[in-house]
Design a protein around this ligand. Sequence first.
Ligand code: NCD
Ligand code: ZN
Length: 346
Amino acid sequence: MTDTPTRLTIRRPDDWHVHLRDGPVLEGVAKYTAQQFARAIVMPNLSPPVSTVEAARAYRTRIVAAAGPGFTPLMTAYLTDTIAADEVARGHAEGVFTAAKLYPAHATTGSAHGVTDVANIRGVLERMEAIGMPLLIHGEVTDAHVDIFDREAVFIERVLAPLVRDLPGLRVVFEHITTAEAAAFVTESGPNVAATITPQHLHINRNAMFAGGIRPHMYCLPVAKRELHRLALRKAATSGSPKFFLGTDSAPHAIGAKETACGCAGIFNAPYALESYLAVFEEEGALDKFEGFASLHGPAFYGLPVNAETVTLEKAPTLVPDQIDANGTPIVPFHAGETLGWRFVG
Ligand code: NCD
Ligand code: ZN
């Protein structure tokens, strides 16, 4: 047995999928992401959604003000059935839209204005392919006849595989993958197809939502799957493949919006994101693969420079609080009440 190092220093990571919200909650949560990450791909599912260059520019200004210096938000366009290819391309050319996000309509929180059929945005996708703009996909079908645990696998078959085949030059990030099928699809696709993986999908399987009673804080979308899928995701994340990189999908909701008859989907993991991921890499004996996953593969895919600064984590018990006050909104973080084995030094 080899000794585990007690300190780990890596290039400063980026979060390639985060929900920062807006207003007072943005003020309360942005600092957590900015503390650990240099950049983050910010999801556009506000109400109303961020579907214009002007809205994204204004949102970016609010994020910069909330997060403080040293943090760069990378904005995304929320694709709708009617969004104009010119608007998306102009935002990209002006350095406002780093990427565009495809939410199938009604797939998840804030997706009511999403795309009802990818055929409706074919022109936008062709333009994105031509200009090299990444398409970020929430990969679940919304057909109520499809079992919720099968919606990602069915999406690959019905939507994603045909899309990647028809637009072979399109750069695609399959966001927050949750299944062995998704990991295999990404692995077998060309270098223009990659995926983000969240900490929760590496830690929990679907049992966590029902352990001794219903556990709303373990509920996010895509929903956690069977153990075999969690193990496949762990394998992918720690494989060293440049196709897999860090995207927390940190999605804060007020405690009252989670603990209710129809609770919101979303897990708030930003405050201890690196500690959470690192626990997985340690358990898998893959600490040497952590920097690639957290700090190198994402920039390489997006064609951005790797961050110059570093961050350090050390082996030390870190107690995660039961609740976090996000500027007046109480939120239950991922790992609430647990003690993690690593501590973020800075
Ligand atoms: C996200 C949210 O709350 O905005 N929720 C979630 O469960 N992940 C939306 C999303 O990314 O699906
Ligand atoms: Zn998300």
